[in-house]
Design a protein. Structure first.
Length: 248
């Protein structure tokens, strides 16, 4: 292929050899600095028996993760403009001060019919650690700020009937919140301010509403779980040895 291109363009080989390596990429959504522009990608699970890293599916059951606190209940089709309006997208999450400020605006775009604010005016953090939604949570534009602002505000998990694909993916990639699917329409049976617990373990995840005494089974989060556990896709890739560590 290269030979045929060189026959058409004699300077092709010189062009390739003279190209400069592009600078390393630094995402504003990741709170670390990249120190290397070369990535030596490795398989997620090594075939070498001496490898110390294994995925959760191949490991012993992990210790149960528990999120306990107040619920904040929303309805269907909560879009990213409602989660974080576009006017706040100039805030850079990799800046600690702006990350915290971003959290103070989480869900500020909800209509006035929501009497309780997710984050009270003048506060930086929410008192609600679990968000419960209906269908198509996180629809709209593909802004990474949406899951980031929820995590920055102090939310640990979202339990919804279904998600917009891009929001689910961004939640996993940033590692900010656990996007959990409910098997029933939990948002119709819970109220904002209910006390609840999410117990998260592979094959055994539940939402317990202590206010009503009801328990709801959650769908397994699968391979996304270990990525969120690690703090996002880049942290997971470092842990897996897929890219160099930040200290390297």
């Amino acid at each position: 292929m290269a030979a045929s291109l060189q026959s058409v363009n004699p300077t092709f080989s010189q062009t390739l050899s003279s190209q400069k390596r592009s600078p390393s990429f630094q995402s504003p959504f990741l709170r670390f600095n990249s120190t290397s522009s070369a990535f030596n990608l490795k398989p997620l699970v090594s075939r070498n028996a001496s490898s110390s890293f294994i995925t959760r599916s191949a490991a012993e059951p992990q210790e149960r993760k528990t999120f306990h606190g107040l619920c904040y209940v929303v309805g269907d089709n909560i879009d990213t403009d409602q989660i974080i309006p576009a006017e706040f997208l100039t805030l850079v999450p990799s800046n600690p001060d702006e990350y915290e400020k971003l959290g103070s605006y989480a869900l500020i775009g909800l209509p006035a019919s929501y009497k309780d604010r997710f984050v009270q005016p003048g506060e930086m953090k929410t008192k609600y650690s679990i968000i419960i939604g209906g269908e198509n949570f996180g629809c709209g534009s593909s802004r990474e700020h949406a899951p980031v602002c929820l995590g920055a505000a102090g939310a640990k998990a979202v339990v919804a009937q279904s998600y917009a694909r891009i929001f689910f993916r961004n939640s996993v990639a940033t590692g900010e919140v656990y996007p959990l699917d409910s098997e029933v329409r939990v948002c119709d049976e819970c109220k904002t301010g209910d006390v609840a617990t999410v117990e998260l373990r592979e094959g055994d995840s539940v939402l317990i509403n202590h206010t009503t005494g009801k328990e709801y089974k959650l769908k397994p989060i699968g391979d996304a779980g270990p990525v969120i556990d690690a703090g996002g896709i880049f942290a997971y890739a470092r842990k897996a040895g897929m890219i160099p560590s930040a200290a390297a």
